[in-house]
Ligand binder design. Structure first.
Ligand code: ATP
Length: 319
């Protein structure tokens, strides 16, 4: 008899989830497992939105952002009563292995589910915030960075034509990763992230001098988690530096878009490691990626340890 395995997406969707679903179906079948999709995250698990998946379900999705099976946040899953219903739904279909694509919140839910119901699982870090302890890379980050790069390049065209300062706000929750990497790779003049305290007065003389020397525009990248509103930074440019300013909050466009080659490949590898882990009793773990490669890390270490942005990266802008 075939063993049954299911997958769900939880929390914010990312580009790379669809390539992961494709690999999931193909690699599960290759390993004589019966693959199931759980639609709409933990909500769908509670509501029994679980369907067997086959090759036809994953044709023509590798190039699409978002997730074909939907993602969700579920208040009900925080309640043990609904987690018991979720377990019964898995049991009815004889599903004994579960893969969850999500962020640290989703993994906390998964851990709680395991403690109560002992369903074998592997988690795949999937959040554009790149803020999960133990992994240097979360699925979707590269596509998000490329969407940001495209936006900054476009804004630069108008900024330079119109002599303006543009404040470009990135997502990231409390983590400055997206802002910092975008700053380093798009050549902005100012980068403000939650991990580094700053005082705008420190830049005033230098920026005013740059205008005197002929600078026509500024690009400032701010992470959503900093204490100031982007509008306040724009006001500072107008009042203290003397340049007309505009704010661009990139928002959800960072989460969408055609998955990059890197995210497609990472999706392929994350899923391969997850299914291998479940088959080789390396479950109860999160698949993490560091310079030394992929690794299975214990879920409690991943969810109980606060994420810290790489010091080497921070030093690039603090020195
Ligand atoms: P993102 O990084 O995109 O925000 P996330 O996985 O961190 O992704 P959350 O909204 O924090 O997103 O969590 C997703 C879901 O995980 C929640 O809506 C809830 O259903 C479940 N969850 C989170 N924490 C717990 C918990 N302590 N117990 C049970 N379920 C939880």
């Amino acid at each position: 008899m075939k063993r049954n395995i299911a997958i769900l997406c939880s929390g914010g969707d990312v580009s790379g989830m669809n390539p992961a679903l494709k690999r999931f179906v193909e690699y599960a079948l290759e390993n004589k497992l019966l693959p199931y999709f759980i639609y709409d995250g933990y909500e769908g698990l509670i509501d029994n939105k679980i369907k067997e998946a086959n090759y036809c379900d994953v044709t023509s999705i590798i190039n699409r952002g978002g997730t074909k099976i939907g993602s969700a946040r579920s208040k009900r899953f925080m309640d043990a009563k609904y987690r018991t219903i979720a377990k019964k739904n898995l049991d009815r279909l004889n599903i004994s292995m579960l893969i969850v694509l999500g962020g640290d919140g989703s993994f906390r839910g998964l851990h709680q589910f395991y403690k109560e119901h002992k369903v074998k699982f592997c988690g795949i870090p999937s959040t554009i915030d790149n803020d999960i302890y133990g992994t240097e890379y979360c699925l979707g980050v590269d596509t998000a960075l490329n969407m940001i790069k495209f936006s900054i390049d476009s804004i630069r065209d108008t900024a330079s034509s119109f002599k303006r300062a543009f404040i470009i706000e990135t997502m990231g929750n409390k983590c400055g990763y997206l802002a910092l990497i975008s700053h380093l790779t798009s050549g902005s003049e100012l980068c403000l992230i939650p991990e580094l305290s700053y005082n705008l007065d420190d830049y005033e003389e230098n920026f005013r001098q740059q205008i005197k020397n002929g600078r026509r525009y500024f690009i400032a990248i701010t992470a959503e988690g900093i204490s100031q509103d982007s509008a306040e930074i724009a006001k500072w440019f107008e009042e203290k530096i003397g340049i007309e300013s505009r704010v661009n909050v990139l928002g959800h466009l960072q989460r969408g878009g055609n998955p990059t080659v890197k995210d497609r490949l990472m999706a392929y590898k994350f899923i391969t490691y997850a299914i291998d882990g479940l088959l080789k009793n390396k479950d109860k773990s999160i698949i993490c990626y560091t310079e030394s490669g992929f690794d299975y890390k214990k879920i409690d270490a991943v969810t109980n340890t606060p994420h810290k942005l790489d010091y080497e990266l921070i030093n690039f802008i603090s020195s």
